[in-house]
Design a protein around this ligand. Structure first.
Ligand code: ZN
Ligand code: ZN
Length: 379
């Protein structure tokens, strides 16, 4: 089985290279602002971002002069190969114990930053016990904040993931008229993503029909899609570690007047939010633009989540796009705008696009049409 040959397949080799090496300089500049001479990176996604290492166990230590990856024996061959492929000049320490590796690599340091949100209680305690004169300093969101702005290689991967998702959704759409179960639809989507070159879905694909759609993150069930159901489909792909995120809502057969209004209001809210996206804008402005439209329609309580989030190596990363955030949009950030209205017992509507923030506004990376009506062809 393969994807239709008429569709272009993204090849990672054809995408612009990731400039992984340049990231160390950005981290070192951060260390200087914090008066740190080293940072222990214990969040796996941050380790990948900094070094290019994709294994399931690793930590990194970065100082003003050195970058050291610590991983276990399973990755003794893979780690140096991946670091070299990423163009990163780093030493690899093969040790089962990351704490020992961090201390060894930080032997000449005086102030060591730790990722306070992502180090285990046990590791922190052992570091504290063995640190001696080395001062341990908690840091929050250091690399996460740096990761928020993407370079051209990262954007190319996210764009490819979005394109794969667009093509996959288009190919699965006709199936909605054939009374499939939610799980049938999710399976077809996941398979379609992989056939088109995705490593995997970007998260557990959401297919929520009828009353199930009132749960923003409903799991695909054995429920069969029926005439007059609203169907929320939230789907994305992974390409070379980078993710996409998109939601479309469908209805089988003619929508009722109430459904049409729900579809229209959320679409108007989503467009209002997208129109505000631009470098320099407070992210909470985007949320307010969406929320105002939904509030005016009388559904303030039915929009139960934040408007969006950053997307990259993680499906939910910085910046935050909600009513409480102090994050400011910058060129190169990739964010979702995804308002929804969820009516218990009735169903949900959500429209979600993935946008790359620019100085002039935004590039919309997810291009699937927002045409909800699927003609009912079931016998
Ligand atoms: Zn989504
Ligand atoms: Zn999302």
């Amino acid at each position: 089985v393969s994807a239709p040959s008429s569709e272009a397949q993204p090849r990672i080799d054809d995408l612009p290279a990731l400039d992984v090496e340049a990231r160390s300089a950005r981290v070192r500049a951060f260390l200087e602002t914090q008066g740190l001479d080293a940072l222990a990176v214990t969040t796996l996604t941050n380790v990948r971002w900094l070094t290019g290492f994709t294994g399931s166990n690793g930590a990194a230590l970065i100082t003003d002069a050195e970058l050291v990856l610590i991983t276990d024996g399973r990755y003794a061959d893979q780690a140096p190969t991946e670091l070299e492929a990423a163009g990163v000049g780093a030493d690899v320490l093969v040790m089962t114990d990351p704490v020992g590796g961090i201390l060894e690599a930080a032997a000449t340091c005086t102030r060591l930053g730790l990722e306070a949100d992502n180090i285990s209680w046990a590791d922190q305690r052992r570091l504290a016990e063995q640190a001696g004169a080395l001062e341990l300093v908690p840091t929050t969101d250091a690399l996460v904040a740096l990761r928020a702005t993407k370079d051209s290689g990262e954007l190319a991967r996210i764009r490819a993931a979005a394109a794969i998702t667009d093509a996959t959704l288009a190919s699965v759409r006709p199936m909605l008229a054939e009374s499939p179960t939610e799980r049938d639809i999710a399976f077809a989507l996941d398979q379609g993503l992989r056939l088109r070159g995705a490593t995997s879905p970007a998260y557990e694909t959401i297919v929520a029909s009828g009353p199930n759609g009132a749960l923003p993150h409903g799991r695909p069930s054995e429920r069969r899609v029926q005439e007059a159901d609203l169907i929320v489909i939230d789907v994305g792909a992974v390409v070379d570690g980078y993710r996409s995120d998109m939601t479309r809502t469908f209805v089988v057969g003619e929508p009722t007047a109430a459904q049409q209004r729900q579809l229209d209001v959320v679409l108007e809210a989503q467009r209002a939010g997208v129109a505000t996206v631009k470098a320099g804008v407070d992210a909470k402005t985007v949320d307010a633009a969406c929320r105002d439209v939904i509030t005016d329609a009388g559904w303030a309580d039915a929009f139960t989540h934040g408007t969006g989030h950053g997307v990259g190596l993680d499906i939910h990363e910085r910046p935050r796009v909600n009513s409480r955030t102090s994050d400011v949009l910058e060129a190169g950030m990739v964010v979702t705008v995804e308002p929804g209205v969820y009516l218990p017992g009735i169903g949900g509507v959500r429209w979600e696009d993935l946008l790359s923030v620019t100085d002039a506004g935004a590039e919309v990376l997810t291009t699937s049409a927002k045409q909800p009506v699927v003609e009912n062809t079931a016998p």
